[in-house]
Design a protein around this ligand. Sequence first.
Ligand SMILES: Cc1cc2nc3c(=O)[nH]c(=O)nc-3n(C[C@H](O)[C@H](O)[C@H](O)COP(=O)(O)OP(=O)(O)OC[C@H]3O[C@@H](n4cnc5c(N)ncnc54)[C@H](O)[C@@H]3O)c2cc1C
Length: 460
Amino acid sequence: MNPNEAAEQVDVLIAGAGPTGLSTALALAPLGLRVVLADPQDAARLADPPPDGRELALTHRTEALLRQWRLWDRLPAQARAPLQAASVSTGGAQAALRLDASHARVGLPPLPALPRPGWLPQALPWLPDLAVRALGRAGQAPIDADTHLGTLVSQNALRRVLWEGCAALPGIQVLAGHRLESMQRDDDGVTVRLVGPQGQALVLRASLLVAADGRLSAVRRMAGLVAELHDFGRSAIVCRMRHEQPHRQVAHEAFHHGHTLAVLPLADAPDLGGGGQAGALPPHCSSFVVTAPSELAQRWMALPAADYAATIEPWLDGQLGRIQPGPGEESRRHLYPLVATWAPRLVSQRVVLVGDAAVGMHPVTAHGFNLGLYSAETLARQIARRARGGQVDPADARALEAYDREHRHTARWIFRGTNAIVRLFTDDRPAARLARQATLHLAERLPPVKALVVRQLVDA
Ligand SMILES: Cc1cc2nc3c(=O)[nH]c(=O)nc-3n(C[C@H](O)[C@H](O)[C@H](O)COP(=O)(O)OP(=O)(O)OC[C@H]3O[C@@H](n4cnc5c(N)ncnc54)[C@H](O)[C@@H]3O)c2cc1C
């Protein structure tokens, strides 16, 4: 690739039109920048993605951003469900933590910023940040007690509205069916080589290249940015299931021995008839997320749908009554191997990482896309701050450094804290079982701790 050959010039090239790539385009285009998104998936699939089983718990901050872009109300009612409360239990519900938005009412007096003690062991560099941030959050003014914890939104519906948002903005162009194959940088820009659906090459020149190509990002590698990889050796099976009893908008997370089950309340399924006769499908609907060692998860994936439902039903102690797979696609199971990634640097000469390419989260704390959206918003805000006399330079080095600092600060303790939770709650040795029962027991009885957890979930 010759960087000097005549290539079309754009301001920002985003590799990846997943939810974060689309969000980044929506955040940057209003700055007057010409943004091109490239993704190997074809246009029909990008515009109308099929269900992938993922129901994302979105925070209030995410909702506010999507409202600002006038996209929130475009999400169909069937694809979003408010989350009023959550319960967390371990090994048969002896110890349960119950959370709802009213728990965020508890406030502590604001605390001064804590010093960062030099003597703290190198192995725990994130601990002071965690303490400062956690105490700071507890001291914030109480949030609206009547509010909900968050909203569950189907990932494919979210992608559809983000796509529609991008299609409506003239500054955004999408190159569907195009994969970024290589890139070359110099002081003035990045020359990018894309390969199209028929194998044809397309060369573009951009001021800034944004890597939004997911947790195993090829662009990150091309830019020489390293990433830590945490393979949990486990996989998540996600699917929808019908049940007899209403869920009352409460989510349940149960850590059993060897596997975990999360039940996320969704909108009632469309009535397929049956008139209440025996054999009719129950109307209530939830997303069931089962996490287990990968080999066991593969075996459960191979079970017929009815046998899989029969495997899960006893774990619920009858809380939702009979559970049953819905018809056809509705109950299709999707398997996700659980690998978390963390890039210690998010920026390298004219290349920046966003979304899962920057921080790939374990889904247990439901932060992945929320953090991806925050990365898009932070990047755009830092670039806008450095604009001078109406001139916006998307590759301004100080803006990119500020983005790197702010987003790593936002994500660091959520990432480390989530991994610590995963380690504690999936360790089946007797001491770890006792420790997690004690943790839940204590948290249930300490209102300030509950306030902290709820504030983190809500992220208002
Ligand atoms: C089971 C499960 C549950 C989850 N629950 C939640 C939740 O409750 N809340 C939450 O906030 N998050 C949740 N997440 C996380 C969320 O799904 C991800 O954070 C989100 O999908 C990441 O979006 P992304 O756009 O960064 O990456 P991706 O969705 O991985 O998109 C990457 C895009 O890049 C494209 N691409 C790849 N290579 C190239 C290339 N060379 N050139 C150009 N394009 C390329 C791909 O085609 C793809 O479209 C969950 C995840 C899982 C697995």
